[in-house]
Design a protein around this ligand. Structure first.
Ligand code: ATP
Ligand code: MG
Ligand code: MG
Ligand code: MG
Length: 478
């Protein structure tokens, strides 16, 4: 089943059950403090927290999402994309736990020729929040699940809140057992690659306050209006239903792997590191396509920096696959062709999108060319000065970054190739000082725009700060 069809089935299923079909919101969330739309419920937060009155009691959507937090997982796990689509169904004071569990069970187990996804009930496992006996009993009565396929989990995994006082509640997650060849027995609490999480049901049941951490808060009362928020990973369901090994091999992503294979002359499936690189390329090209389509352009901060990083990681991955020539003019049209049946705008707006992407590739190629020369000279210098333990200074790494736009992870990697260490600690101190200067600057200019706490916390949960990703995590394998 093609991804576009799985998507349409979702919308048809819920719309024929009284849900208003709400189009995907932009990847740029309305709240300036939230970097990207990280989940299907983000556009619905104002209704969930009672800031706005929902125009419907039931809604459904397929939301475009970007999670920068997952960037280091891409290509290494089977299931994490920087861009992905989250199918959601929402109830605002209408149906609650029983309705949500009934809908979920019906959709995933109804045979494909009758409009469902046709999963064998025998491979379905669920988790519930440790104290949620009600959800556990519902999974038994509605789905007939045996005790051993219902696992209890604590606050860390199965209790949702925004990080601020307000609505909160237990979750129940649905997993598909891919079979013993993919890992150990024992359910999702033992192995999350064999037991693939496809769907998260959130039961917004309580009001909480005194929130001091993910697992540290106080339940104040039961909500009078209880809400349902669910999210199913479209790519994850697609990879299971398409009988492939991971989300990068589905119809919307794999054509770019094939293109990378053709350009590089290397074969997908022969070497683990190359496979990871090709999956990174396919994932990042798609994310970049969708981000540019939503109006983001490369820059040195915020959203633009995430986009820049995705594009540069793509260039680097292709270089590690042995390709130094420009590749975006071959990769992007392939991604467009794979995505435009669900998102026609990537086709109609492709001239603009591709221009932005290709210009960034050109700029980064120039950066690489000039930075490489500077780096090589510096490396030769420190090797001559201290042959036994050559170390590139933090200042040198900082200059490469600051003046030549040469990312630290690249400096680390290229220095290491020549047996030279880098004083990362000093580099980070310099970065920190620069950030403080920038912040002081920004404060001076600030006009007083502030987002709600809830959004900010949700962001810190799901989208790690850009600087952190950029400078403290290396991507040695990519
Ligand atoms: P995981 O534990 O696998 O990282 P999650 O618990 O972080 O997933 P949720 O926040 O519950 O994910 O999001 C709801 C659903 O969205 C998940 O059940 C999954 O199917 C899908 N999903 C989440 N993150 C990603 C991602 N990075 N790429 C693809 N699908 C994702
Ligand atoms: Mg996750
Ligand atoms: Mg999870
Ligand atoms: Mg989850």
């Amino acid at each position: 089943m093609r991804t576009a069809e799985i998507r349409q089935r979702w919308l048809d299923f819920f719309s024929s059950r009284g849900h208003a079909v709400v189009p995907s919101a932009s990847l740029i969330s309305e709240d300036p403090s939230l970097l990207f739309t990280v989940a299907g419920m983000v556009p619905f937060i104002p209704y969930m927290v009672g800031e706005r009155t929902p125009p419907w009691q039931r809604a459904t959507s397929v939301q475009k999402c970007v999670r920068t937090l997952d960037i280091e997982e891409v290509g290494k796990t089977t299931r994490h994309g920087t861009f992905f689509q989250m199918n959601g169904n929402f109830s605002f004071g209408d149906y609650f736990k029983e309705g949500a569990i009934r809908f979920a069970w019906e959709l995933i187990t109804t045979p494909q020729d009758q409009g469902g996804y046709g999963f064998d009930p025998e491979v379905i496992w669920v988790t519930v929040y440790q104290d949620d006996d009600e959800a556990l009993a519902l999974w038994k009565s509605i789905a007939g699940l045996p005790d051993e396929r219902i696992q209890r989990r604590g606050k860390k995994d199965n209790f949702w809140h925004t990080g601020a006082a307000g609505p909160a509640g237990p979750c129940s997650e649905i997993y598909i057992d891919r079979g013993p060849e993919f890992g150990a027995d024992g359910g999702p609490i033992v192995d999350e690659e064999r037991y693939l999480e496809i769907w998260n049901l959130v039961f917004m049941q309580y009001a909480i306050d005194d929130v001091r951490g993910k697992e540290d808060f106080r339940i104040v009362r039961e909500l009078t209006q209880k809400n349902i928020d669910t999210g199913m990973g479209l790519e994850r369901v697609a990879f299971l239903l398409q009988g492939v090994d991971n989300m990068y091999e589905i119809d919307e992503v794999f054509p770019v792997i094939l293109a990378a294979q053709k350009i590089s002359g290397r074969t997908y499936g022969e070497n683990h590191d190359d496979d990871v690189r090709m999956r990174v390329v396919a994932d990042h090209v798609r994310s970049a396509l969708m981000l540019i389509s939503d109006g983001i352009v490369p820059s040195n901060e915020g959203r633009g920096y995430v986009l820049r990083r995705l594009l540069r990681r793509t260039v680097r991955s292709m270089r590690l696959l042995g390709v130094e020539a420009r590749t975006f003019p071959e990769l992007f049209p392939v991604s467009r062709d794979a995505m435009q049946s669900s998102y026609p705008e990537v086709g109609t707006d492709f001239a603009r999108i591709s221009k932005v992407a290709y210009a960034e590739e050109e700029a980064f190629r120039r950066t690489l060319a000039s930075g490489t020369t500077i780096l090589d000279t510096a490396v030769a210098g420190v090797k001559a000065a201290s042959p036994t333990a050559p170390t590139l200074s933090g200042e040198a790494a900082f200059t490469l970054h600051d003046t030549y736009g040469f990312p630290i992870d690249l400096t680390l990697e290229m220095a290491a190739e020549q047996g030279v260490a880098v004083d990362e600690k000093a580099f980070r101190t310099l970065m920190q000082e620069q950030r403080q200067r920038a912040r002081a600057d920004a404060m001076a200019k600030k006009t007083g725009v502030a987002g709600t706490d809830a959004y900010r916390k949700l962001q810190s949960e799901l989208a790690a700060p850009v600087e952190f990703l950029g400078y403290t995590q290396t991507s040695a394998q990519v």
